[in-house]
Design a protein around this ligand. Sequence first.
Ligand code: SF4
Ligand code: SF4
Length: 159
Amino acid sequence: MHITDLPKEVALLKPAWERWYRTNKRRLMKMDREILQLHLAAVAETDCLACGNCCRSLGPMILPNDVDRIAKALCIKASVVIEQHLRTDEDGDRVFRSMPCPFLGDDNYCSIYEDRPKACREYPHTDRKKFYQIFNLSVKNAESCPIVFKVMHKLTAGG
Ligand code: SF4
Ligand code: SF4
């Protein structure tokens, strides 16, 4: 399936996913290991460099440690990183001033990959503990991330 088809596919599957969640809510709390296996399989068959959707559209939250790390990587002051690349959003969080991310190359490589923000390192969250807490967020993320889509599709296919 092409990446651009994801929103349409999720719109079709969302009611079934939500039904699955209501029926399996308690079971889901004990499914982290199973979901991790689905995550690893989805990552293995997905080429993030052919996608780059998260770096183009989802503005990650930038923490103070992230600012320091980026500043060090670019050999500039933290205040310059803030001034040149960041803004404060409506929730009071620091995010990139504009998206696509200023560090995303045309080839979808991240120019600060080793020093990328924590939120970037943790995305798409399908390998995290207590996945049940982000089931609804993952329905949303499946609209743009093929990895999340595959995990959600397989997770909910078992009945
Ligand atoms: S910092 Fe790197 S990983 Fe994070 S959004 Fe930008 S390009 Fe993507
Ligand atoms: S949206 Fe998902 S598949 Fe695409 S680059 Fe980001 S993590 Fe990889």
